[in-house]
Design a protein around this ligand. Structure first.
Ligand code: GLV
Ligand code: MG
Length: 299
């Protein structure tokens, strides 16, 4: 499974920032055609985005197209999708029907380009009142067409800025007002068998300590990564979603101790004063698997 700790946005109409973003160690970069690009510039931004994603890079490359309800979305997809694009971020998704329509178009474009249908990832951005209220139905959307392979939507992302605007919220600095929406997105994702979601950008660019606390809440709250809006956020978020050395050492002790007792027919053991049974041992094993993945990718 690819690493999904950091998805860094860069405005699609800003070649220097695009170039920089692609070399910063984010797990993925999202070249934006939506809110980082002024309406007057949207059409002209498509070509440079498509070109930038043809060049060699070390991270995954996504395009954020405009929302399905806008007049831009169709041409955004038609003019930017090619076989070097890893995925599409689709903003303001409010229904399973939105995903089915976009999936249909993406499959047609994949076919035209000689690609395997369903191979380009699709990340719905849940960021409206209706999107959060109906997130269950969004994450339960399934492949309607019989192309081989899994459904292209594997995880969703949460967008706090648009959600706050649309829901009429004025979140305070630590964002307790958004906790319920976040929890709904996480719970619905997992109940539908999806990966943990990606959390919203953090907008207070100068408050690094606040960002670290926000990352801790994201990780503990079931998110697997974060959308980033500034290059400096990437190393901080990568670190926050990488298990620390003490966590790894503890997980190793748990897995080893549990293996021993399980081999003797028992299913509980005490490690560092904590009772370890199957869920605790599975969690420790999952942490070690994540760590192996991160190391194998040089992270
Ligand atoms: C991201 O797009 C957000 O609205 O927070
Ligand atoms: Mg948004």
């Amino acid at each position: 499974m690819p690493l999904n700790r950091t998805f860094l946005f860069a405005p699609g109409n800003h070649p220097r920032r695009v170039e920089k973003a692609l070399g910063l160690g984010a797990d993925a970069v999202i070249l934006d055609l939506e809110d980082a690009v002024a309406t007057a510039d949207k059409a002209a931004a498509r070509k440079p985005v498509a070109e930038a994603l043809k060049r060699p890079r070390h991270c995954r490359g996504y395009v954020r197209v405009n929302a399905p309800a806008t007049p831009f979305c169709y041409r955004d997809l038609v003019e930017t999708i090619h076989d070097k694009v890893d995925g599409v971020v689709l903003p303001k998704v409010e229904s399973a029907a939105d995903l089915h329509a976009i999936d249909w178009l993406m499959a047609a474009l994949e076919r035209e380009q000689g690609m395997v249908e369903g191979s380009i990832d699709l990340i719905p951005l849940v960021e409206t009142a209706a999107g959060v209220a109906r997130v269950d139905r969004i994450v339960q959307a399934r492949n309607l067409r019989p192309y081989p392979g899994p459904w292209r939507v594997k995880r969703v992302a949460f967008g706090a800025a648009d959600f706050s605007l649309d829901a009429g919220l004025l979140p305070s600095h630590e964002e307790p007002e958004l906790a319920e929406a976040r929890a709904r997105v996480v719970l619905a994702s997992r109940a539908a068998g999806m990966e943990g979601p990606l959390d919203s950008p953090w907008f207070h660019l100068r408050d690094v300590e606040g960002f670290k606390r926000a990352l801790e809440r994201s990780r503990r709250g079931g998110f697997q990564g974060r959308l980033c809006v500034h290059p400096d956020q990437v190393p901080v978020a990568n670190e926050a979603f990488t298990p620390g050395a003490d966590e790894v050492a503890r997980a190793e002790r748990i897995v080893a101790a549990f293996r021993q007792v399980e081999a003797r027919g028992a299913a509980a053991v005490e490690v560092d004063g904590q009772m370890v049974d199957y869920p605790v041992a599975y969690r420790a094993q999952a942490l070690l698997d994540t760590m192996r993945e991160i190391r194998s990718r040089g992270g």
